[in-house]
Design a protein around this ligand. Sequence first.
Ligand code: ZN
Length: 303
Amino acid sequence: MTSSCACNAVKPHQLPRGWRKNPAGNVTRIKKEQRRLRKALRGVQSWLDDRIDRIPVQQINALHINRYEYLIDLAELERIVAELAVRLGDLPDDLLAEAVTAAYRQGTGDEVANLAALTSAYTREVTQVIQSDPWQRRVALIRSRVFEEMAGFESETGRDLRRVLRRAVEDGENPMALKDLLSERFSVAQSRAERIARTEVVGAYRRARWDEDQDANERLGIKTGLLWISAFAPNTRPSHAALNGEVVTQDFVRDFYSRDANGINCMCSQTSVLLDGDGNPVSPDVIERVKSAAPATDGVGIG
Ligand SMILES: [Zn+2]
C-alpha cells in the first residue's frame, strides 16, 4: 500500500502494549530469571546445610552455658569455604545475560516499530539495526555489565556466608542456630539476586529504546523527545512518578539513571515522540493520554 505523498507524514502515536500497568514490559522474563536464581541459591543452601550436618558436633554443658564444639580442623573448614565459592560462582550468570540481551533486543524492536509508526523518515529495519556494529557493541557492554554485577554479588554473598560459618565454629554456636542464621543470609542474597535480575532486564530494555531514539536523531535527523511513562507500582519513587507524561531529553534520562540508584528496581519506561522545529511535541494528545492515566492500584506484582 503506497500513499500519494507520505513524505515525513505524522502518524498517530501508539503506546506500548499494557503501558498503563507495565510500561517497560518484560514481567515474564524477569520472573523466570528470578525463579532460576532462587532455585540455584536454594541448591547452594541445601548443599551447605548438608555439609554442616556432616560436621561432628559435641555439646558442652558448663553451668548455664551451652556450647558446641565443631570437630572439624581448619583445613576441612577451608575446603567447605572454597567449595562454597565455587558453587556460588556456578550461578546461572550466562542465562541472565541471555535474558538481558533478549530484553535489549526487544527494546530495539519496540522502538524501531514506534519510530516507524511515527514518521516515514525513519527507514530502518530491526534486523538491519541488530546486525549493525554499534548495536553489537552495546550488547557486549550490557552483557559484561551483567557478569560484573553477578560476580560482585557472588563474591559478597560468599564473604557474608563465610563470616557466619567461621564465627559459629569459633564461638561454638548451636548448629540449629547456625542454620537459621545462614537461612537468613540466603534470603538476603535471594532478594539481592532478584533485584539484579529486575534491574538489569528492565535497564537493558529501556536503554535499547534510548539508543535507537538517539540514532534516529543523530543518524537520520529525526527530531524527537522521550516521553516518560511511570509504572505507578506500589514502590514507584515519587521522583519517578512525577516525571510521568513529561517529555525529556536524552541527556536528562541518561543523567537521571546514572545517579541516586535511580535504575535500581525502576519499572518506568520512555518512548520517542516527534518534536516540531520549536521542540514542541507534534502530537500532544498522546502526552495527555499518558498524563491522565489513572495510576494502576494493583501494582506490577514483582515488587
Ligand atoms: Zn522508575
